[in-house]
Design a protein around this ligand. Sequence first.
Ligand SMILES: [Zn+2]
Ligand SMILES: [Zn+2]
Ligand SMILES: [Zn+2]
Length: 673
Amino acid sequence: MVCMTGIGCSTTQSPSQPQPKHRVNDGSERQDLRHQPMDVVELPKPSVSITIEGEYRVITTNGLPNHEIGEFPNPSNPNALRSQNKEIRIPLYPTPSSGLIPSAPEFGVALNGVIFDSGTGEFWTVTGERGRSAWNYDASSTNNQGRFGTDFNHAHVNPTGKYHYHGVPTSLLESLAHGHIHDDHAHEMIHLGWAFDGYPIYAPFGYEDPDDPTSEIVGLTSSYQLKHGTRPGPPDGPGNSYDGTYAADYEYIEGSGDLDRSNGRTGVTPEFPDGTYYYIITNEFPSVPRTWVGTPGPEFNRRPPGDAPRGMHQGHPEDNEDKLPGEPLKSTHTQVQSVNPAYFMEDALAAPIVKEERILSDGTTALCYIIRTYSEPHEHEMGPWAPTHIDDDAGKGGIWLQDGEVHDVDGPFVRDIAEFYDDPDWKLYREDGSIRVTDTKEAFEAAARPNVDPKYHNYVVEGRPEWIDRNVFVYVIPVHPIYQTEPTLLGRAGGPRDDRSDVNANGRPEGGPPPRGNRPDGPPPVRRDGQGSADQHQRGGTEITALGIAFNGVNFDPPAPVDAILAAHTLAPFDDAGGHINPHNGYHYHTVTGHTKEIVQHDGHAPMIGYMMDGFGLYAHANEDGTIPNDLDECGGHTDSIRGYHYHAGAAGENQIIKGFRGIPGSMTVGQE
Ligand SMILES: [Zn+2]
Ligand SMILES: [Zn+2]
Ligand SMILES: [Zn+2]
């Protein structure tokens, strides 16, 4: 029997959920229950959302596991699974408390919305009746499996129907590690969830050197050890040898394992590259920590001892009396993930990434990462772009995007372009077969400007890295992206700026100031309302300078204004990585072709390739198995339980990396080094 009184487990229950036929509130009904298990009812789909609201991480969950579970009720557990209705608010910025705070019954929540319970409500008593004593039956002990009916996830169901973990959540861990578990550990630390004091919870393995993310991943052990000898006999204790049946069978011996009294330690993690305190769910006692080192949210502090947890709101945001005053709820209940600066390649950075309060494009202030790069790729070459002879093969040229297709810009493509565009005015080569390519800095600048110098009509426009200044690109990206129900949609190709509008996005006269850069104190430049032409853009006054940034520090640009380029019978090819150069803003990408640093996702999801200016992650177009998500919104993004809201890049041939911002973008400016 499990958690009979609700002391050991939450008794929180939604008023709207179906009531169990036999509700249990005290031990007197115990026998009853054993013989009349709760009815199994039809359950909704598991649902969880994790959002940032003010200074809180808000987890809204129905508590239903998203993985296989054991059978409930079972002979050792009469309880049937029920949907819960919880809104849990935990501090976004954890603060250490002056002493350890007992965390029972509920310690934290897994990323799938299932709760981690610290202790149980079952105690040995001298009379055998229900009550409390120093001898708390421990659900993490295999000795007690018959008592608690735990399944292969070290989890079980309490009388309110709440499925909860008392140890390593095996199925969840396997899915988060995507089966990459060998010898009980994966090749990376696995983030499992959040403790209610705000610190993260990890799987039972971590870096051998807690401060070195390149050190080996090893199993981490608690510093609790079984006591030697026998327990006191009645009336002081249950007698017999210390075998782990009771939590009190263990003692903390500092330094005997890797972890501290709260089963945690401080170090770097993939999610916290600058270091954090974190908890470990160990394979051995205590499995789920029994104390918090940080201060839990105010609701948890108010909890009277032995009462049900009060951190659980019964469902509706308007019930949150502790909502920060004056803090508008910008986010909907969609999970968001913070930006991880460690993903950026060290070579890409002109300076270390710093965090500062900055103004976003909507005028609000937010904590932002300031990322300074040179916008030069390090993992691939720049170019080639233009072939020089109509006999050249694809290795001598780059690519061109048309109607969603990627075309190699080889000699024959250039030769046949009049046919390709069904326009006899095209002729990009001379009688001897040589191709007209801008081969000086001056020619490039004259051909790349919006009013193309007539001398360079029918030219392939190519800018070379040696012709441009080495600029520092300053990206301001919100640390915690803010999900907006109303997205900011972007224009289609021919829109705000680029290549030649890179030179002159606002229709400035030749020789005018470049559209981005040189105005560190100016209004935030990343934002354009609605869709439309460069003309509208000019009137609108706001301007998009970058959609986002690859992990190599190169920016993702809005669509190239292909129509304008073609109108002057010029071609401005991209290299195989989807990038090219413009005179003022250097090298940038217009499409994603898989040539840049990727962060592999362990569940087969498309790899991560960068961040957009609103702080949401950008992932490749297709998943590992080639499938393409079918639920993308008008911006090109969607939400899943692991990555939260994120974008998928448009197909390589699309000339459009994302279609809009779901969050509030920061800014990007360019200044000479
Ligand atoms: Zn329990
Ligand atoms: Zn461009
Ligand atoms: Zn996705």
